[in-house]
Design a protein around this ligand. Sequence first.
Ligand SMILES: Cc1cc2nc3c(=O)[nH]c(=O)nc-3n(C[C@H](O)[C@H](O)[C@H](O)COP(=O)(O)OP(=O)(O)OC[C@H]3O[C@@H](n4cnc5c(N)ncnc54)[C@H](O)[C@@H]3O)c2cc1C
Length: 268
Amino acid sequence: MEKETDVIIVGTGAAGLFCALQLPEGKEVTVITKDEVENSDSFLAQGGICVLRSEDDFDGYFEDTMKAGHYKNNRDSVAMMIRSSGEIIDLLLKYGVEFERRNGELVYTREGGHSRPRILFHEDITGKEITGKLLAQAKSRGNITIYEHTEMIDLLCKNNICYGIAAVDSQGEILPVRAEHTVLACGGIGGLYRHSTNFAHLTGDGIALALRHKVQLQDVNFVQIHPTTLYSEKPGDFLFPSLSGEKERFFIMQKWSGLWTSFCQETW
Ligand SMILES: Cc1cc2nc3c(=O)[nH]c(=O)nc-3n(C[C@H](O)[C@H](O)[C@H](O)COP(=O)(O)OP(=O)(O)OC[C@H]3O[C@@H](n4cnc5c(N)ncnc54)[C@H](O)[C@@H]3O)c2cc1C
């Protein structure tokens, strides 16, 4: 069996679903995931999402972001992320995402390296709230079709042009999917680690295939490590404590981040 589509998107996390929703409704969009749609790291993210609240915060927001990235960040990307944040939050609200409100007004908190409160959140399950609503929107669109348990195994390329992917469907059949545009939104490499907070099936497939087809990659050595996980003997099952209040979060972060930072400084 073969399939033809306008756009093939590999991955049903926040990146893949958001991309699908931005494409014109006149285009046929096919989205695949190698597991179930709810099983992506995007559903696991607990913390909130930052936004530029007013122009006078641009410089502070920019500096906080650069500092958190040890000034290795691409300045243009950081500026673009900050500039587009308001528009993206408006879109998420339009898609039905509910952020914490007090007296009807959005509540902003502080997280990570942010020096000012510019984080919107939904309890301790912001990722689930955002990705769940993106998924509901995608399912309601007539031009978007989602296939679960369908795994990309290669890119279809000729003369350095990508014209789709090869996938294995839920019946174990190899399925060439020809497309005008191919989007890899396959998430990270966390599942490759024996112990990880990531889903085990997130094994950097997009990165591996890009390398095989000589697509240039950048900063693949940057891996985020959670300093607040609890160790478990069970492979792939690090416990990520759910921290409901800022007080608890602050206490644990302060206690363990300090130890972690000195560990990193001494070891690397
Ligand atoms: C426990 C935890 C907590 C986190 N907390 C936060 C937080 O508070 N704030 C924050 O900003 N970020 C947080 N993150 C990081 C954040 O979740 C990720 O950076 C983000 O969700 C990545 O989104 P994505 O769409 O790129 O990838 P993912 O959500 O990982 O989705 C990848 C998709 O690609 C599919 N896929 C992969 N390979 C293939 C293949 N070969 N064929 C078909 N499909 C494939 C997967 O099945 C999946 O659907 C957290 C991560 C974890 C694990």
